[in-house]
Ligand binder design. Structure first.
Ligand SMILES: CC(C)(COP(=O)(O)OP(=O)(O)OC[C@H]1O[C@@H](n2cnc3c(N)ncnc32)[C@H](O)[C@@H]1O)[C@@H](O)C(=O)NCCC(=O)NCCS
Ligand SMILES: Nc1ncnc2c1ncn2[C@@H]1O[C@H](COP(=O)(O)OP(=O)(O)OP(=O)(O)O)[C@@H](O)[C@H]1O
Length: 230
C-alpha cells in the first residue's frame, strides 16, 4: 500500500487538494476530522481536555466550544503544546484505524491529509510527501476570508505551525497553490500520475493483496510439506 502524505500550512489548500484526490477515487484520511472526533462529547480526548482546561470551554450542550479553545491555544504556545500532548494518542490511533479500514478494503493508494505531518513526526510513514505551498500574503488573506478572522488571529494560527518554506524543503512533491484553482488543477493532474505509478515491491507486500499472496504461498508450502512427509 502506498500511503501518500499531504500537508502544508493552515489554509494553504490541503482540503482543496484532498477533494481533488477524492473526486478521482483516491481515499483520503483527514486528520482534522479525526481530531474533531477525538474531541466529541464523552470521548477519551474530551474527558482529558475538560479536566485540563475546565468546564468553561464547553457549550451548553456539553460539546467543546472550538472557537473558544482555538482562541486559548493559538495565542499561547504552552497551552497549545499541552493540548497537542493530550490529543496526540487519540489522533494517531484514530488515523491508524482509518488506514486499517482502507487496507482491508484493498486500496493500493491512500492519502493522509495531516496539517502537522512533520511536527507530529508522521512523515516517516508516508511516501511521497506532498506539500501544498502558498505565498505568505495569499495564505493570510485566504485564512481571514475563510474563517472571517482578524489579521492577528490569522497570524497566530499561521505562526503556530512549522514555517511553510521549511515544509517545502522537506517535500518530495510541491504544489504551489498561490495561483488560481485552474492552476492548481493543472498541477494536480501531474501529481495524480505520479502517485498512481505502479507500487514498489515493498508497497505491494504491504498492501492487502500482497499479504494475501504471502498467506497463499505459506499455506500451499505447508500443504506441500505435509504431503511430502506423509
Ligand atoms: C484548537 C481546535 C479545537 C480549534 O478548532 P477549529 O475548529 O477552530 O480549527 P480546526 O480544527 O478546523 O483546525 C483548522 C486548522 O488549524 C490548524 N491546527 C489545528 N490544530 C493545530 C495545532 N495544535 N497546532 C497548529 N495548527 C493547528 C490546522 O492547519 C488545521 O487544519 C482544534 O484545532 C484542535 O482540537 N486542535 C488540536 C488537535 C490537532 O492537533 N489538530 C491537527 C490535526 S494533525
Ligand atoms: N487556488 C485557490 N484560489 C482561490 N482560493 C483558494 C484556492 N485554493 C484554496 N482556496 C480557498 O482558500 C481557503 C483555504 O483552503 P483549504 O480549506 O483547502 O485549506 P487547508 O489547507 O485545508 O486549511 P486548514 O489547514 O485550515 O484545514 C478556502 O476558502 C479555499 O476555498
Amino acid at each position: 500500500m502506498r500511503i501518500v502524505g499531504l500537508t502544508g500550512g493552515i489554509a494553504s489548500g490541503k482540503s482543496t487538494v484532498s477533494n481533488l484526490f477524492k473526486s478521482h477515487g483516491v481515499p483520503v484520511v483527514d486528520a482534522d476530522v479525526v481530531a474533531c472526533d477525538a474531541l466529541k462529547k464523552g470521548s477519551g480526548g474530551w474527558k482529558k481536555v475538560v479536566a485540563a482546561f475546565g468546564e468553561e470551554i464547553l457549550l451548553e450542550n456539553g460539546e467543546v466550544n472550538r472557537p473558544m479553545l482555538g482562541q486559548i491555544v493559538f495565542s499561547d504556545p504552552d497551552k497549545r503544546q499541552f493540548l497537542n500532548r493530550l490529543l496526540a494518542p487519540h489522533i494517531s490511533s484514530g488515523i491508524f484505524w482509518e488506514v486499517v479500514k482502507l487496507w482491508l478494503k484493498g486500496y493500493k493508494v491512500i492519502v493522509l491529509d495531516v496539517p502537522l505531518l512533520f511536527e507530529a513526526k508522521m512523515d516517516k510513514f508516508t511516501k511521497p510527501i506532498i506539500v501544498v505551498w502558498v505565498d505568505p500574503e495569499t495564505q493570510k488573506n485566504r485564512l481571514m476570508g475563510r474563517d472571517k478572522s482578524s489579521e492577528e488571529d490569522a497570524g497566530n494560527r499561521i505562526n503556530a505551525q512549522m514555517p511553510l518554506d521549511v515544509k517545502r524543503n522537506k517535500a518530495d512533491i510541491v504544489i504551489d497553490n498561490t495561483g488560481s484553482i485552474d492552476d492548481l488543477n493543472e498541477q494536480f493532474q501531474k501529481v495524480l500520475i505520479e502517485v498512481s505509478k505502479p507500487l514498489t515491491w515493498t508497497q505491494f507486500w504491504l498492501s492487502r493483496n500482497g499479504a494475501l499472496v504471502i498467506l497463499a504461498s505459506l499455506t500451499s508450502g505447508v500443504v506441500l510439506c505435509i504431503k511430502a512427509l506423509s
